[in-house]
Design a protein around this ligand. Structure first.
Ligand SMILES: CC(C)(COP(=O)(O)OP(=O)(O)OC[C@H]1O[C@@H](n2cnc3c(N)ncnc32)[C@H](O)[C@@H]1OP(=O)(O)O)[C@@H](O)C(=O)NCCC(=O)NCCS
Length: 153
């Protein structure tokens, strides 16, 4: 795999990260109208990048994936995790999630939870996540609630 670096996002990157999220969500073949409605929401803003823990994977200088953690609560919430379609299946999601887990470890946070896209559940399970329940998503469908334990060693 080419060199991938992960660093905190800059507020000026909001538009680029938004495009990655829309492309990644479209990867699962959802109907256009659902994607368009969701794409009309802010998804990620400069203010959110300043407020939350937002981290970006880059190939050279090009952003190819990103994640967002809400760490002001326990458990921390993984609010976003997106990999640009050309890079899906190349290990970028794993690098991003491990980066997020390391951030939680440094802050003494013991657990991360998220509402998983059902298509991504296998990824979270592979990364050690367990399903602890079900939530109704913004698309009014049940999605698995996943918990990841953060080992503190
Ligand atoms: C889900 C997503 C973030 C995973 O990132 P990725 O870079 O494709 O995943 P990786 O290549 O790092 O995979 C890590 C491991 O999980 C496995 N895996 C990845 N996606 C999987 C899936 N959908 N189902 C089952 N296993 C999966 C890989 O085979 C790999 O296993 P290995 O460690 O044995 O090699 C990415 O596919 C994506 O952005 N998808 C579209 C948007 C989305 O659904 N985001 C999540 C919203 S909750």
């Amino acid at each position: 795999m080419p060199l991938i670096t992960i660093t905190r996002a800059q507020p000026a990157e909001a538009a680029a990260l938004r495009q990655i999220a829309i492309a990644a969500k479209s990867y699962w073949g959802y109907p256009d109208d659902l994607i368009e409605t969701w794409a009309a929401t802010p998804i990620i803003t400069a203010a959110a990048i300043e407020r939350d823990v937002v981290f970006v994977a880059r190939s050279e200088t090009t952003p190819i994936g990103w994640g967002r953690l809400l760490v002001e609560q326990t458990p921390a919430i993984l609010e976003d995790l997106w990999v640009t379609p050309a890079w899906i299946g190349c290990g970028v999601g794993k690098l991003l999630l491990r980066y997020g887990i390391a951030i939680c470890r440094k802050r003494g946070i013991a657990q991360i939870e998220l509402d998983a896209d059902p298509n991504a559940l296998g990824f979270y399970r592979r990364m050690g996540g367990v399903v602890i329940g079900e939530r109704i998503s913004e698309w009014n469908r049940p999605v698995p609630r996943v918990r990841i334990e953060v080992r503190q060693n």
